[in-house]
Ligand binder design. Sequence first.
Ligand SMILES: [Zn+2]
Length: 299
Amino acid sequence: MGTATLDWYGCATFRLRTAEGLTVFLDAYLDRVPDAEQSGVGVDDVTEADWILVGHSHFDHVWGAERIARRTGARVVGSYESVRVLADAGVPEDQLLAVAGGERVALDATTSVRVLPSLHSCVWSSQPMPPADEVCLGELGLTFQDRGERMAALWAGFDAMGDDVKAHLAAARLGERGDGGALVFVVETSEGSLLFQDSIGCWSGVLAGESPDVAILAVAGRGNRDGEPVQGTTADFVAEQAAALGARTIVPCHHDDWLPGFSRPMDTAPIRDAVARESPGTTLVDLGYADGHAIFGRD
Ligand SMILES: [Zn+2]
């Protein structure tokens, strides 16, 4: 028997291989715009997948799941909206498990995943991609409609991007109903537990009840704590979540330059410093692309 490995493919997409040989994709966004650095693994390279866990329905998380599921027969766990768009994209219904938080799904005889309700980053904020040490304030108490109006600036920015990007977005955008409700997954394996969050937001009371060995946390975007934009820095918000979880290891995600012109490569040094201060028992482990990291520390 081997040991569990975790590969990162950029943005918030990972592949977990358990000691027993189960292959679990966490998100499925492998095919990126031509301008983005590539991880070396595209959708067409994936020949083996047992499960795909989709954190939310935005294209940079769900796109790719439809082709991987159709080709490999992998089953997909996701929100009702993710499942709807994947069914529309031709994934057979018997491969789709719609969840909302509160479920535990058996993945094989020794591995299961618990689903938790979560929140998407405040992508509607006037500062949708602040550097990790930038203090962001305000924009509290806005209605759903106010936030929708603020999203117009984001769409205008996307519309102003080059033809390559526009073609990519047109192909990748499977649904029109936003994030579809964000989920967090806690994969429980024979060697330890792994929490997976693919957008920087949380219900703090939900996270406080968790104690995974390893936590993948999104570290880009304006954070969302309990439905309101975080007042402060991304670094401090990530550290707050790390301390609440008490995980031995934090793996950052969503911090590479996955959509040049919108995203920015995030310097994780301020996050590392904040985590060291707020959660001294936690180590931040920055993965390179596809490097087969022994995630529970047993090489
Ligand atoms: Zn998103």
